[in-house]
Design a protein around this ligand. Sequence first.
Ligand code: SAJ
Length: 448
Amino acid sequence: MQAELVKKIREKSARITVVGLGRVGLPIAVFFANSGYHVVGVDNNKDIVEALSKPRFSSKEPGIQELARQMVKIGRLEATTEVAKAVKSTNIVIICVQTPLNKSADPDLSYLKKACATVAKSLSKGKLVILESTVPPETTRKFVAPILEKESKLKCGEDFWLVHCPERIAPGRAIQELTENARIVGGFDTESAKIAAELLDKVTKGPVLVTDCTTAEVAKLAENTFRDVNIAYANELALICEHIGVDAVRAIKIANTHPRVNIHNPGCGVGGPCLTKDPYLLLHSMGKDFSSKIIASSRKLNDEMPEHAVHSLLKILKETDRDIKKLRIAVLGVAYKGQVDDATSSPAKSIVHKLMDLGASVEVYDPYCKETFGAKKASSVTSAVKGKDCVLIEADHDLFKNLNLGELKSVMRENPIIIDCRRIIDVAKAKKYGFVYAGTGYGSAEVR
Ligand code: SAJ
């Protein structure tokens, strides 16, 4: 049975079903189709299925649109809302559904539960199930496997195989990272791991690291938690440097020349669907009574950074005796980071809300994102900044990196202010043009 599936994987005659065509599932479906496998993408959102099936399918993720259209055209990629039908005629099922947090910051595994139960109903002997969704430790073994076994009446590791292969792709680089990144294969058992490693070896250039499913879950969460904690450290350094009067960005650059140091960038907070969630998934296994010393404090500090951005503006206003209620502010960027169209858990949300609550008039501009968080929306940088007192840069979109400060100054009101949350403005230039400047981690003490 195992040899038969491995043979199909090697010959690329194995058929793959991808359940969940979101931020992760869609690139994965397109990637496997482009790697030579027949793929059926399943989603219960009819609009997504219809859009993908159309010859003029569009996606902002680089490379996806062209590849998806091509794969659909040659019949190697199909989309449907019918899980049962897709799973019946498939050899491999890849589960990519969302695993969000609920209001009390606990994992909401209801989407995963439903997906597993539906897949299980059509599961038959000899299939491989791959869980890509990011999950709390022990979910594959104690949550997914029992649901699959119960509904299918089959035995995991004997009748069908199960692995956790956590996704590790950054938005904007999905296809490149699926092709090149190292992949983790966490097996429910050794045989499951071996089969899944055969599949990933066939499609990725990066190394395939084989381990057990619980280690794979922890490794995935450890990656994003490391990044969140590292950014929190950079943010705390920024607060310290602002107090002392030195430039944190310059200090970090120098510190990072040490061969074993890699401090991330300070900013106005951490957003996105992953770093804001995964540390909680990791902590979940410890229960409510566990008092985290590092991970929870890092989350808290990162969550407080939007407030710090607003505070930097209030400090300037106090020093120059100006009233926030009379202030017109342009917020550049609502996305959670540069070059993406996603505003999930973006620091922009609390920045815009706080500024409006304080009585300021706020207009936002983002070349990628439709979201406004209740503010007015401008159609270009120029129209956003025209007649404003302050420009606050929330996202490090490339478009904002080379702003023409002379032009900005000429269309803004008197004594204009720049709040550079992402440190993308040349401070000397800003001062030369007469802006009052504040940036995360920027200390204005002169170098002697
Ligand atoms: N940020 C900083 N300073 C930095 C880097 C990022 O403030 O030095 C902020 C960003 O502006 C953003 C947030 O952190 O608001 C998250 O951005 P990110 O680029 O760190 O992460 P994501 O959420 O886009 O993608 C992460 C990636 N994980 C790692 O790099 C370890 C990606 O590879 C994962 O696949 C993804 O999470 C995921 O899906 O888990």
